[in-house]
Structures are given as structure tokens and as C-alpha cells.
Write a protein that binds this ligand. Structure first.
Ligand code: IMP
Length: 422
């Protein structure tokens, strides 16, 4: 499989966790390259559900090396809890997990600032996961962040943390929030640092050694294309490069060492948090929520739902260089009589066949739809392309064609075996 980047082609929650798990079979190494514990990748193995936030999904398979790359922001206490939770479920986490020493830390003042800024924004809030992601990447860009390499060096960690808490407490006080206790934060994060020390290494050198050995690497994207800090619906985005370019900067593996990009997309569209979603539709939201689907893996929030938006997925194909697509949640549409697909946007007299950069303009866009007859047959038991109803195949072919990439995988349920290779 060589080096493959897997990205979300919509607004996150595309079902990347399951597709990564399926593709991991052919990989030697799985690398997370962006985001933090705002992500929630759900994988079912048999009846057991695993939700991963920072640890790459490859951890669920034996003999796979999992790497948390330099582009990720890590809440050390969150990571320790996640490792403990996985071990409780019988998952081995030891020398199969390596954490970049240059990954930045998410600390309690980042979470506090995230929450306070959302309150200040009022009706213009982003609807963040409140995990401190924006403030942590902000500190990274401002060159005042603490990194894993600091966390595992006790004297340096104490000195830097003291300064950062002093400054951030001034800001928190000005915002009317409670200041943090250095003593408490230091004790908690030092303990987490001790637990994580054995995992911390120079992941760039390690990945290049592995490539020289001929290992295959799967780069596990988090969130989705339209949550990318550069290419998303700014400011309603996360604070990292979730798109394919982020795999290089977030891991230290150069673009010319990447072989393939797989884009994951749902057979419809969802989004959590605020910001434009042109195809949003109450009917499909009620249907999916009524089926117990489309609730966030990290925050439990009900996701906003809409029809498939091929303007967005075409744009995602362009900015990520998507070669192949994986369409998930096809079974979510099994009962729908008429399925709509957005093929362009109308804004006043203008017609867009790409995603306009201004979030306000996008929010005002009206979707131009084409309609497909629903197949109205359960697809969850289909295991081969020809097991799918003809109308479902026609729908899949049409959305792949409108997206401009090759249809490679169709997922009809959460389990590994509910996967069709086209
Ligand atoms: P933040 O990443 O917590 O700052 O949140 C910024 C925006 O990205 C919000 O709209 C979140 O709902 C969204 N977001 C962040 N992580 C995820 C994810 O893993 N899936 C879907 N949406 C996400």
C-alpha cells in the first residue's frame, strides 16, 4: 500500500476511524499528524466499541506501530487516561506507541481560555469542543508553547509552566475567570509526564528509518477538509491543517514520499458546531437522529445533517489530491424515498461550482439539487458490490463521478466486515 494519507472530505465525523482500521491491515505504521483530543475515532471490533481521541486507531491491531506526530497537540492527562482506558479493555499499549517529542501540549489554561473565548463570542461562537485546541495551536504559533520534550524534563517543565501560568492567570482574571493553581497543575502534569516518558521519542528519525526498511505508513487524518485552518469555512474551523498537506508538516515525511490520498465521506453530510452547512436539512436530521445516529463521539452533541454536497467533496478532492474515495454510512439512507445531491450553489444571480471562501457567502448559498430514487432496501448485509441494490450503486457511482475521484470502498455499517471493496 506504500505511504497513504487518509483525510476527511467533509466537516469531520466521516467515519475515518473505521476506514483507517480496515486499511491498517496492510500498514506497518499508523501516524496521527494533526488535531488533538477534539477528535473521536470510533471503531467496532465485534460488539466492542472503542473511541480513540489521540492514540492512532492502529493500536487495535497487533504488530502495528502507532505514532503521534509533531503536528498533534497533546493533553498529557487526557493521553494517560486514554492509554489506561485502552489497557482496561485489553488493548496492549507499550512499545507499539511512540509520541513525538516536538508535539505541543494542551494545558488547563488552554481549555479555560477556549471556554472563555466562546462565551465572549456570544452568538458568533465557533462551537468548539472546549478541549483547548485553538489556544494550544495559538501558543505554538506565538512560540510560547510547551512541548513533550519539556514535559519529560522536570526542571525545564517547572520553569516554563510557572511562567505560562503566571501570564495566563492575568488573562483569565481579566476575563473574570478563576486563576489556576500552579502547584495543582504542576503536580498533575508532572505525574502524566512520568507516565508518558517511555513513549516520547524523535518520531521524524524513526519514521525515516522505517521507510528505509520499506515499511508502509498510513497517515491518519483527524477532523475534515472544511475544518482546516486554511481551507475550511474560517473562522468556523479547527486550528490545524487537517488536509493532506498537514500529513507532511505534522510528521516530517516529505510530500514526495507520499503515494496516495484516500478521502473519506459520508453518503450524506454532517457537521458539529457552528458555521455554514449549505445542504442542512431537518428531515434527514430527524431521520438519522431517530435511528440513534449522528451524535458526536467526543462531546455527545447531536450533529447537524444534510444531503450529500458534491461541490464540497469536489473541492476536497482538489485541495487534498484525493485519488480514491471511501463512502461511509450508505445504510443511513436505506429508507429514504428520494435522495438529493447538491451539484452547485446559487447565491443571488451567481452560480458556484466551488466552495466560496467567505463563510457568510457560503451560509447564504442555496443548494442546486439533483434527485435520485432511493433503494428502500437494507444494505447493511451487503458484502460485495453486486450485493448492493442497483439504485444504491447508481447513487454511489454518481457521487463518485461528481466528486472526481475513484470509488474504492463503501461502508454499510460500523463493523470491519461491513465493508465493500469496489
Ligand atoms: P475545536 O477543534 O475544538 O477548536 O473546534 C472547532 C470546530 O471544529 C468546532 O465546530 C468543532 O465542532 C469542530 N470539530 C473539532 N474536532 C472535530 C471532530 O473530530 N469531528 C467533527 N468536528 C470537530
Amino acid at each position: 500500500m506504500a505511504n497513504t494519507i487518509l483525510v476527511g472530505a467533509q466537516w469531520g465525523d466521516e467515519g475515518k476511524g473505521k476506514i483507517i482500521d480496515v486499511l491498517t491491515e496492510d500498514a506497518d505504521i499508523v501516524v496521527r499528524y494533526a488535531g488533538g483530543n477534539n477528535a473521536g475515532h470510533t471503531v467496532f471490533i465485534g460488539k466492542q466499541k472503542y473511541v480513540l481521541h489521540l492514540v492512532p486507531s492502529g493500536i487495535l491491531r497487533k504488530n502495528k506501530l502507532c505514532v503521534i506526530g509533531n503536528g498533534v497537540v497533546i493533553d498529557p492527562v487526557g493521553l494517560v487516561d486514554e492509554i489506561k482506558g485502552l489497557r482496561k479493555l485489553g488493548v496492549q499499549v507499550g512499545d507499539n506507541l511512540i509520541v513525538s517529542e516536538t508535539a505541543h501540549l494542551v494545558l488547563p489554561y488552554h481549555r479555560e481560555l477556549d471556554a472563555q473565548r466562546e462565551v465572549l463570542k456570544g452568538k458568533n461562537k465557533i462551537g468548539t469542543t472546549k478541549r483547548g485546541i485553538g489556544p494550544a495551536y495559538g501558543d505554538k504559533a506565538a512560540r510560547v508553547g510547551l512541548r513533550m520534550i519539556d514535559l519529560v524534563n522536570p526542571e525545564r517543565f517547572e520553569e516554563k509552566l510557572r511562567l505560562r501560568i503566571k501570564e495566563n492567570n492575568e488573562v483569565l482574571r481579566a476575563l473574570g475567570a478563576k486563576p489556576l493553581s500552579f502547584k495543582q497543575v504542576h503536580a498533575e502534569y508532572r505525574a502524566a509526564g512520568n507516565c508518558l516518558k517511555p513513549f516520547v521519542a524523535n518520531t521524524v528519525v524513526l519514521l525515516h528509518q522505517a521507510m528505509r526498511r520499506g515499511d508502509n505508513i498510513l497517515f491518519e487524518g483527524a477532523q475534515g477538509t472544511f475544518l482546516d485552518i486554511d481551507h475550511g469555512t474560517y473562522p468556523f474551523v479547527t486550528s490545524s491543517n487537517t488536509t493532506a498537506g498537514g500529513a507532511s508538516t505534522g510528521s516530517g515525511v516529505a510530500p514526495n514520499k507520499m503515494d496516495e490520498v484516500v478521502g473519506v465521506m459520508k453518503a450524506y453530510t454532517t457537521r458539529v458546531g457552528e458555521g455554514p452547512l449549505p445542504t442542512e436539512n431537518a428531515e434527514i436530521a430527524d431521520l438519522l437522529h431517530g435511528m440513534g445516529r449522528e451524535f458526536g463521539a467526543t462531546t455527545g452533541r447531536a450533529r447537524r445533517c444534510g444531503w450529500f454536497d458534491s461541490v464540497a467533496t469536489r473541492h476536497a478532492t482538489m485541495v487534498n489530491g484525493i485519488d480514491e474515495i471511501a463512502v461511509t454510512n450508505l445504510d443511513g439512507l436505506d429508507t429514504v424515498e428520494t435522495i438529493k445531491v447538491c451539484v452547485a450553489y446559487r447565491h443571488g444571480k451567481a452560480r458556484y461550482d466551488f466552495v466560496p471562501n467567505d463563510a457568510q457567502t457560503l451560509a447564504e448559498c442555496e443548494p442546486v439539487y439533483v434527485e435520485f430514487a432511493g433503494w428502500r432496501t437494507p444494505t447493511d448485509k451487503a458484502r460485495k458490490w453486486k450485493d448492493l441494490p442497483a439504485k444504491a450503486r447508481a447513487y454511489l457511482k454518481a457521487i463518485a463521478e461528481s466528486t472526481g475521484a475513484k470509488l474504492a470502498i463503501v461502508s454499510v455499517g460500523p463493523s470491519r466486515d461491513q465493508t465493500i471493496f469496489v
